[in-house]
Design a protein around this ligand. Sequence first.
Ligand SMILES: [Fe+2]
Ligand SMILES: [Fe+2]
Length: 166
Amino acid sequence: MTRGCTPSLDDLFRQQVIAQFRLGKHSAHYVDHWDRVAAYGAYLGARNGADLEVVRLFALLHDSQRFEESYDPEHGPRAARFAEHHCGKAFLLEPPQLQLLMQACHDHDRGRTHHDPTIGACWDADRLDLDRVCIQCDPAFMSTAEGKRLALKRPWDRQQEVGIVS
Ligand SMILES: [Fe+2]
Ligand SMILES: [Fe+2]
């Protein structure tokens, strides 16, 4: 957001999501993670034909409803319900897009892969940031060809390719 300008709906929603996050700024699931997922997702989605708006919203929302830092198996379903509640108010998606976003959020931590290019890009983007918690990326858990390729790279090289670091 540019200082002095009216904040966009996207900016306001982002601030709303940040404000309601329960785990604080030192969480491994906070905004810096969301932003890396967004960067990975945009990179993957531009290459596999994913719905980039769904991927962008997944990055913002998928971990936003965590109540516990470690074991919290309901945070994905909560994120799906949060997305459904705010669709049409804070952001606009067509019904098929909302279904993709909700499914991507709901099941993102189940360790599965998916053939749909949008859900695949979402899940790969999240898993490509696992090295932040000292978990090595595993191509076997990637859904997309680009995700598998990036998973084999060293974290710094991967982040540099995507533009997270320069
Ligand atoms: Fe998560
Ligand atoms: Fe995540």
